[in-house]
Design a protein around this ligand. Structure first.
Ligand code: GDP
Ligand code: CA
Length: 314
């Protein structure tokens, strides 16, 4: 009998996470990959339940994602949003016409008391996504950003305010009381390796780790745990990750990311640009691999995923 296939649990936020998730999906047979996604960014717009990170991962794996923006559906139009604006509805959160179908369907199924993880499975199946994609939890978790002005929901900070207000902290409301989704629990118990995708360590991976029991499950996980740094040369490739680390008084570098993952991760993959930081990360008790971690093409994504799998001994 052949040995059981080695399964990988990937933790992801939106755009950065989806890139490595796509690479892993190109390298591993679908039944070997579970992608668990942050839902702290979820919010309600026009009465619809929107899960930006889940949708980014789902659209990316379905081959529907907009390659330039990284979020939403390629070729989408925004007529409905424009029409909503005519009624005075807020339109700062961009929702495309095709994208809206996802939120309408999800909201309808939530009203029928489906769990978010079941809904995600259903939407993925309909879009032909063969990998398992699951929310971190079926319970509501809300990322609250504590800024110098006031507290605000993550999308308000990120999209409406363009990450401009200085932050003092973040809070993941509901996370400690929440339980990991069934797919997440199963992967924590049965996967051979954990991969921290290059997602924002504060507001994408942070909420996942804050879900009840998750930090401990990863701290005591028996297989290899690997992370790809989202910070390259002291900067985020996009988004506020570096700025958020700095404003929280942490180092805005791959070392700062490694500090957050100390005790949770065995190997950090850092970019060639950051080769000189390797020793400082080793001092935190992790191995370091140096590679090109900037994923411009699908081939880049695949190459990085292949390296991650090799490092994990898969
Ligand atoms: P969001 O939820 O859409 O903000 O997405 P994530 O949290 O998953 O990803 C945001 C992070 O991805 C940022 O910190 C970026 O620096 C990082 N990122 C985006 N593209 C790449 C890439 O090609 N390589 C690496 N290493 N990081 C990336
Ligand atoms: Ca996000």
């Amino acid at each position: 009998m052949s040995p059981a296939p080695k399964k990988v649990l990937a933790l992801a936020g939106g755009v950065g996470g989806a890139k490595l998730a796509l690479g892993l999906a190109r390298v591993l047979p679908p039944e070997r990959l579970t992608v668990v996604v942050n839902t702290g960014d979820d919010d309600t717009f026009h009465g619809l339940h929107v899960c930006p990170d889940l949708d980014t991962v789902m659209y990316t794996l379905a081959g529907l994602a907009d390659p330039e923006r990284g979020w939403g559906i390629a070729g989408d139009t925004f007529w409905t949003l424009e029409a909503l604006g005519r009624y005075g509805a807020p339109t700062w959160f961009k929702l495309g016409d095709l994208d809206l179908a996802t939120h309408i369907r999800r909201t309808e199924l939530l009203r029928q008391e489906w769990a978010l993880s079941q809904i995600t499975q259903e939407l993925c199946r309909r879009l032909g996504v063969k990998q398992r994609v699951a929310p971190m939890t079926d319970q509501p978790v809300r990322t609250v950003v504590v800024t110098e002005e006031r507290e605000m929901a993550f999308q308000e900070y990120f999209v409406r305010r363009g990450s401009q207000p200085r932050i003092r902290g973040v809070r993941f409301e509901g996370a400690p009381q929440a339980a990991p989704s069934p797919q997440f629990r199963e992967a924590l118990a049965g996967a051979e390796a954990v991969v921290f995708c290059p997602s924002n360590p504060v507001v994408s991976i942070g909420p996942i780790l804050a879900v009840g029991g998750v930090r401990k499950a990863i701290a005591t996980f028996r297989g290899p745990r690997l992370a790809v740094s989202p910070i390259v040369g002291g900067q985020a490739l996009r988004g506020p990750a570096a700025r958020m680390l700095a404003e929280l008084g942490e180092e805005a570098s791959c070392v700062g990311v490694a500090r957050r993952y100390a005790g949770l991760c065995d190997v950090m993959v850092i970019d060639e640009t950051d080769r000189h930081q390797a020793q400082r990360i080793r001092e935190l008790g992790m191995d370091v691999a140096v590679a090109n971690t900037v994923m411009r093409t699908d081939e880049d994504k695949e190459a990085l995923a292949r390296l991650v799998c090799e490092l994990a001994g898969l």
